[in-house]
Each structure stands twice: as structure tokens, then as C-alpha cells.
Write a protein of this length. Structure first.
Length: 266
């Protein structure tokens, strides 16, 4: 595939991920928007507000890098800024949040399709490729969407789009340790995942590696996005390095997240 085709496929998958969560949210009433999600201190509206805001920021980073850099460099404390996003839009209703998110997600997808597919996109950490930027937004949409559907008690069928998130999780192996201020192991971990359809196996690394993670792709994605504790999944984890990784894994950038507790989900 050409780089244009790769980005176009990712953009389509981002749109599909957005639409799936939009359908789950479209029918809820206003009080339900204030329901708590498994992420401590986050309501459903906080989750959607976070997605809308960072789709807006990501669209700016793709379409106008200089404007984004000025915005980024003007933030004194990024984590405090992120934590306060929900409060800054507290006056918006659930319907208004959905409309805002739909607009910004579409703007991001349009910007990605118009951009040079080989461009490096600035972000809050290191610059990244355009494909990586869109993949990160797929991961964020799916992960925060998981918090929403958990709060609503909705079962979301897994899709082949999980391969993007699984790949991010594998690539984030070093970051998972460094985010927790741990030395990055020099032993590789092989990953072998059963696709949601059960007709394919996604693999990274050597099958005979002493450290391995094997099982359903959805479970792996839930662990590396810290939406499930590994004990609440069907993953088979072999070897001390793999076992340690699955307790600190995070596919997202930034400080270590609190994750989920064992037994929190059956």
C-alpha cells in the first residue's frame, strides 16, 4: 500500500470507531451523561469531552502545526490542563457534546486526508508520523469508548480495527516500563493474538521466545489501554518479563495510569 492508502484506511477506521460510539451515546438521556465510568472521577460526559477536545487539538496539529505548537508551548502544566478539560465545557449538554465531537472528529479526518502522508505531526511529546497520529486517535476513541460502554452496561462487538491498537500496545513496550520509572527489559516478548473473527492470528516476535503473551486480541487491547486487569482476561502470559509487562502495559503516552483492579470485571 502507498502511504496515501495507509492513511486513508486509518482515517476510515477512525470514522467507524467514532460512529460506533456515537450510536451508543445517541439514545441516552441527560442524567445518564453524568453517570460515573470505571475511570475514577470521570463521568460519561468527561470521556466524550476529552475525545472531542483532543480530536480538535489533533486536527490543528495536522492542519496548522505552527498554531498547535504555540498552543502547546503556552500550557504551563499539561496534566493539570488535561484534567480540567471537562470542567471547562461543563455548561454543554450531552447533545451539544456529541455535536462538538462529531464536528471535530470529521475535521481531523478531513485534515489527515488532505495532509502530506509523510509529514511529521507535532504533539505533546515527540513528533510522530501522520499514520501514527491517526492510529493514536483510534486507540483513544476505542479506550475511552470502553469506559463509556462499561458505564452503560453495553457489550461492544470487537472488530478488526483492534489490530491497530494491538500494534500500538506492542510498540509501546519500552514506554510501558519507562512511564513507571522502571528499567526497560532487554528480553523481547512475543505476542500472538487471535483476531476477533477467530480466523486469523496476529503475531509479533518469535514464537519460541521464552516470554510470551497469547490470547484474544480484544483482551490484549483492554490490558494495554488499562481498561482491564490482566487477571480478568483470557490472556496466557508466560515468562517473568511478559508477566511484568502485563502489569504496567500502556499503549498511550504520558504518566502511568492507575489501570483497573483485579476482579473489577468478571
Amino acid at each position: 500500500m502507498t502511504s496515501h492508502e495507509v492513511v486513508a484506511e486509518l482515517v476510515a477506521d477512525l470514522g467507524a470507531e467514532h460512529e460506533e460510539l456515537l450510536r451508543a451515546l445517541a439514545a441516552i438521556d441527560e442524567p445518564t451523561w453524568h453517570s460515573a465510568t470505571p475511570a475514577e472521577g470521570w463521568t460519561i460526559r468527561d470521556q466524550v469531552c476529552h475525545l472531542a477536545f483532543f480530536d480538535e487539538v489533533a486536527a490543528t496539529s495536522v492542519a496548522d502545526a505552527e498554531k498547535f505548537v504555540r498552543f502547546r508551548d503556552g500550557i504551563a502544566d499539561l496534566q493539570s490542563y488535561v484534567d480540567a478539560v471537562g470542567a471547562r465545557y461543563a455548561e454543554r449538554s450531552g447533545a451539544e457534546l456529541l455535536a462538538w465531537w462529531a464536528e471535530e472528529n470529521a475535521r481531523l479526518r478531513d485534515a489527515a486526508l488532505l495532509a502530506d502522508p509523510d509529514v511529521r505531526v507535532p504533539w505533546f511529546g515527540p513528533d510522530m508520523s501522520l499514520a501514527s497520529k491517526v492510529t493514536a486517535r483510534i486507540m483513544e476513541t476505542w479506550a475511552h469508548g470502553q469506559d463509556v460502554v462499561d458505564a452503560l452496561g453495553v457489550v461492544r462487538p470487537p472488530s478488526g480495527r483492534l489490530k491497530h491498537i494491538a500494534r500500538l500496545g506492542v510498540l509501546a513496550f519500552p514506554n510501558s516500563f519507562s512511564s513507571h520509572h522502571l528499567d526497560v527489559p532487554d528480553q523481547p516478548v512475543a505476542v500472538s493474538l487471535i483476531s476477533p473473527e477467530g480466523t486469523d492470528t496476529w503475531t509479533w516476535g518469535s514464537a519460541d521466545a521464552p516470554n510470551r503473551v497469547e490470547g484474544p486480541a480484544e483482551d490484549f487491547c483492554l490490558v494495554v489501554t488499562q481498561r482491564r486487569h490482566v487477571d480478568d482476561t483470557a490472556l496466557v502470559v508466560t515468562g517473568p518479563v511478559a508477566e511484568r509487562w502485563m502489569t504496567v502495559a500502556q499503549a498511550f503516552a504520558g504518566p502511568a495510569g492507575s489501570g483497573r483492579k483485579p476482579g473489577q470485571f468478571s
